[in-house]
Design a protein around this ligand. Structure first.
Ligand code: CA
Ligand code: CA
Length: 351
């Protein structure tokens, strides 16, 4: 009898794991192929090893974090990561590598999500998620002409698997953890079980805490132009979650908007409040990288996200033969920049 019970339990567990693996294939949109939807685009000079995140200031200055090395994904350069800036108001915009000054180990610099905070006196602070030796920390820089002056490195046990950040002060930010545990095996088990255990952390020098949780895998994060709302991409849930910031930096969940793709970073148009998303149309192809059948790219725009009927539009789609693994899309003055995890970057015309 005991043997029968054990056999039944083992069979039930195996069936459950089998079901969860099928579910995971569904979540990764592993069978999805997308029709092409191209714009008039050209490759951005010097960007050969990814621009995982891009953010654009109101004055047209775009920042790009390049050369990410992320476990489980390809990387085609042994060089450390770099930060570039590109002035979109220049007649022929071209990226310039920013020199980094101060006390930061540049050999292990591995930049991921970025965010900019502009102070009342127009000082520009660049916040960068950095993974030296695959750890997670946040670097704060002061941007002065073509230089980043390193001010501070922030580490905290709650900031264990940071993907992206949004700065809300000169030393405060919200950050997403894309893993529920820093350990890959534990995280994979949690994903297999279908448990939404990832979170968003609020950090300030006085207060560090979980601001929101319940994400399968929280990835991109950004803020509305009026600074009232925070948007988070729950990449495995194919949704953008909207939160309202309340007193004491509490995040209150408002709603989710379905996007039908695995959207990575979030950029917000300063003028219109439109949401721009760089998405992975098929994450199976991304994690099982095959240069003969590369992962594609997809850009999705959400208009009127706070209305009853947000408008979700696919603006760009490629099967990976032009651009592989789009992770960010940023619009400015009729231009659309598309960055990727480990491939090139595009500058497209929206006009
Ligand atoms: Ca970002
Ligand atoms: Ca990301």
């Amino acid at each position: 009898m005991k043997k029968v019970l054990v056999a039944v339990a083992v069979a039930a567990f195996a069936a459950f794991i089998g079901y969860r693996i099928l579910k995971l294939k569904e979540l990764s949109l592993g069978s999805r192929e997308i029709p092409l939807k191209h714009l008039n685009c050209h490759y951005i000079k010097n960007i050969e090893f990814g621009a995982e995140d891009i953010t654009i200031l109101k004055d047209g200055m775009a920042f790009m974090s390049t050369g990410l090395k992320y476990p489980g994904l390809p990387s085609f350069s042994d060089e450390p990561g770099k930060i570039y800036a590109m002035d979109l108001l220049h007649p022929k915009p071209s990226p310039v590598e920013l020199q980094i000054k101060g006390d930061l180990d540049l050999r292990s610099f591995n930049p991921h999500g970025i965010s900019v905070f502009v102070d009342e006196d127009d000082s520009v602070y660049l916040f960068v998620v950095n993974h030296p030796q695959h750890k997670s920390q946040v670097e704060i820089f002061h941007f002065v002409e073509d230089t980043l002056v390193h001010l501070k490195t922030i580490t905290h046990p709650l900031l264990h698997s940071v993907n992206d950040i949004v700065a809300v002060g000169v030393e405060s930010f919200y950050a997403t953890n894309d893993h529920s545990f820093p350990n890959d095996i534990l995280h994979f088990l949690v994903i297999i079980m279908g448990l939404p255990w990832c979170d968003v952390i609020y950090y300030s020098p006085e207060d560090v805490r979980v601001a929101a949780n319940g994400f399968m895998s929280s990835n991109g994060i950004n803020i509305s132009p009026d600074k009232r709302y925070i948007y988070v991409s729950d990449i495995l849930d194919h949704e953008i979650d909207v939160f309202e910031r309340q007193r004491g930096e509490q995040l209150v969940y408002i709603k989710s908007v379905a996007v039908g793709s695995l959207c990575d970073n979030i950029e917000v148009d300063h003028r219109t409040g439109d949401i721009w998303l760089g998405c992975h149309p098929n994450a199976g192809k991304l994690s099982n990288f095959d240069p003969n059948d590369p992962p594609g790219s997809e850009v999705i725009q959400i208009k009127n996200i706070h209305s009853k009927q947000p408008v979700v539009t696919q603006v760009y789609a490629d099967d990976g033969h032009v651009i592989i693994g789009s992770s960010v899309a940023a619009a400015y003055d009729g231009k659309l920049l598309i960055g990727t995890v480990f491939h090139k970057a595009l500058c497209c015309s929206l006009k």
